[in-house]
Design a protein around this ligand. Sequence first.
Ligand SMILES: Cc1ncc(COP(=O)(O)O)c(C=O)c1O
Length: 392
Amino acid sequence: MSITQPRAHHLTKAFIRLDHLTHNLRLLQARVGEVPLWPVLKANAYGHGAELIAAHLVRLGYTTVCVADVDEAIALAEAGIHVTCIVLSASLPQQSEALVAYRCEPVVCTLEMVEALARAADIAGHGVAVHVNVDTGMGRIGIQPQEVQSFLDRCLDFPALWVRGLMSHFPRADEEDKSYSLAQLARFRAVATTTHPYGIAVRHIANSAAILDLPGSAFDAVRPGIAIYGLPPSSHIANPRVHDLKPVLEWKTRITFLKEVPPGTGLSYGHAFHTTHPSLIATIPIGYGDGLHRQLSNQLDVLVQGVRCPQVGRITMDMSMVDVTAVRGKVALGDEVVIIGEQGTEEVTADELAGKLGTINYEVVTGISHRVPRVITDADSNESRRERHRSG
Ligand SMILES: Cc1ncc(COP(=O)(O)O)c(C=O)c1O
């Protein structure tokens, strides 16, 4: 995907508010003072478009980001974005050459990986910095706290490898009851104090929920993901500042077909919906191929002419239908339809969709497919002026 030339004729777009991104970053930075933010850009920046998000971060002066794997780091480098990439997922030795070549800083939790990275660094003729993952309670990857010292001792055998960081991850910082996270924090602090002699520069554990709600968790760097995109980590965040986050992504499409139908008309596959009265039905060019989950069929509201209108019939791969009878006389072909975002005084949030799907906002935005161009916009950009003009 190109940052500068989104597919101009595509009708379904994700609009990315960079001014909101800046706002959210400042809000989070204010929580942690001088501690550096290492924004998490994995999975195409939670669906927001990793290249354009990273390019904006670089403009704001950020130099380090977190990605899932080496391929995501390579994609950023190939897009001309010069940042240090912390690679958060566990890697395998066959990925070490690329990790070293692209100067990534991978998370490590096996000696096999340490050896492979050190070998690749020797061959490349420059060192590699790594972050040792200690499992203080996430239960996903990482060595156990009691293994940390012996692991670090073994790392000392490889002069080309520098353990720059000690890191961990919170599985439950977004819950109301913080007792598990506080115990985990104490475990991480205890391990971190034993690692002083190893010259570890950066201890990091905090995600968005911890930055907002868990004082004392910032250490030497923090890794915010969902909150930089303006979305709450959960509905249990006590810090009122969570309400000041501004969503970065809006998801919009346009009406491509309109028809009046009589009562009893079956719509879309399986006729899972029949009209009960004379209805004006709009078709929109968005479906599960764009990441609009089929399970939302007949459950979703979208915004048309500032009014909530029900999506009706099965969501198909490329098209869906909306009952726009409520705006009959006002609605026209080409009108803007908001899937996520604001229109007039109404708003549909990623959380609303997530609630209907029984999932989390993370999955809703991350699930927006590659087919949907990500378009930079802000309140006054040409693109949003053009879009506003077109929608009348
Ligand atoms: C290791 C790690 N750190 C930080 C984050 C960011 O978490 P959040 O998006 O909740 O801020 C993630 C995201 O899942 C992660 O896996």
